[in-house]
Design a protein around this ligand. Structure first.
Ligand SMILES: Cc1cc2nc3c(=O)[nH]c(=O)nc-3n(C[C@H](O)[C@H](O)[C@H](O)COP(=O)(O)OP(=O)(O)OC[C@H]3O[C@@H](n4cnc5c(N)ncnc54)[C@H](O)[C@@H]3O)c2cc1C
Length: 338
């Protein structure tokens, strides 16, 4: 049974877990967390470990690997256990003749974590399709079915679950469309790849193929052989600002409910950090992906301290150039930027 957290995360980082357990049913998951809470043992839930960076000293508590299973399709509704692999859920929805998830193809991790940062890609976010979710509340010791309005999905990559250990998501139910046609294509790069205009619809399966292809080109589909994918995807959030400084006025910008969202990748690149940057930094075990500057990658043999050093260096470079402070998108447990 693995106790090295590095074996459970896509960055292959993290020291030992003091205790380790696998939950294969929702009841088991709740019981493990409830018992740990009763004995005052800290708990770290791990799904696919694709948005998590854990310190080199490991986790002084119980690590619970979520491996619950179950998919149920009922009309337009699809319910999935937290431990189901997300991309399998997307593929299953399409083979069941349900559309709506196609743009979320290829995102690593498990279904239970998708509401945590309201996972999104190519113009679709989880909250677009989420109908309800079952949540165990560690503070009250109760299990409840929630509607999405309780999840705090207003801001980019945020929810009440993000950076909180209070809730355990046990399953999610999504409301999809019974159709072989995709949702309207919302993202210019995807429309271009498909040879259509934004707003057009095509076969949902075609969108899935195009998304997998585009993601693969950016190292955004897991591939154990490719160190560009030994990452947490985007390491930094796209900053949302009330006013864009003149120095960053050429950065791609989008309206956001709380201001103007600008591309972190543009800021990083224009602060002088190119694809692959980092091989001459520190001991060279960590670098930006050679395909996408927003991904910090383990080139083999890296420690979490190495990742924190490069991430801090990138944040400081962007701060010096543009006066904008990048903030990590991933969850940092037992580690922080310098
Ligand atoms: C190559 C790559 C590409 C990526 N592309 C995208 C992308 O396009 N869009 C995007 O939004 N994200 C992307 N990500 C980030 C990541 O895949 C998502 O955030 C994913 O939802 C994380 O799922 P996970 O199961 O791996 O979560 P983990 O990393 O295991 O956990 C993340 C956090 O959620 C908590 N958690 C896990 N399961 C539960 C649960 N059942 N209940 C409560 N809390 C839980 C954990 O404790 C942790 O705090 C990418 C990552 C990689 C490596």
């Amino acid at each position: 049974m693995p106790t090295a957290i590095s074996e459970l995360t896509t960055m292959r980082l993290g020291g030992p877990a003091r205790e380790f357990a696998v939950a294969t049913t929702s009841d088991e998951l709740v019981a493990l967390v409830r018992d740990a809470d009763a004995s005052g043992t800290p708990v770290l839930l791990i799904g696919g470990g694709s948005n998590l960076v854990v310190g080199d000293q490991g986790f002084d508590g119980l690590v619970v690997k979520v491996e619950t299973s179950g998919v149920r399709v009922d009309g337009n509704s699809m319910s999935v256990a937290a431990g189901e692999r997300w991309d399998t859920v997307v593929a299953t929805s399409l083979s069941e003749g349900l559309a709506g998830l196609e743009a979320l193809s290829g995102i690593p991790g498990l279904a239970g974590a998708t509401p945590v940062q309201n996972v999104g890609a190519y113009g679709t976010v989880t909250s677009d399709v989420l109908d309800s979710l079952t949540v165990y509340d560690r503070e009250t010791g109760t299990t409840e079915v929630w509607t999405p309005d309780r999840c705090g999905f207003g801001l980019h990559r945020q929810s009440v679950f993000k950076h909180s250990t209070r809730y355990v998501i046990l399953d999610t139910t999504m409301s999809l469309r019974r159709s072989r046609s995709s949702d309207p294509v919302r993202y210019a790069g995807l429309a271009e790849r498909l040879g259509v205009t934004v707003g057009d619809t095509v076969a949902a399966a075609e969108v899935r193929e195009a998304v997998l292809d585009l993601r693969g080109q950016k190292g955004m589909v897991l591939d154990a052989e490719d160190h560009d994918t030994w990452s947490v995807g985007s390491f930094f959030l796209n900053p949302v600002l009330t006013k864009v400084p003149a120095t960053a006025s050429r950065a791609p910008q989008y309206p956001d409910p709380s201001g103007i969202k600008i591309h972190a990748a543009w800021l990083i690149q224009n602060a002088g950090f190119a694809h692959g940057y980092g091989t001459d930094f520190g001991n060279g075990t960590v670098s930006l992906s050679t395909k996408h500057v927003l991904a910090i990658t383990n080139r083999g043999g890296a420690t979490t301290a190495d990742v924190m050093a490069l991430a801090s260096h990138i944040r400081d470079g962007v701060q010096a150039e543009f006066g904008i402070t990048l903030v990590p998108e991933c969850d940092l447990v037992g580690c922080s930027l310098n």
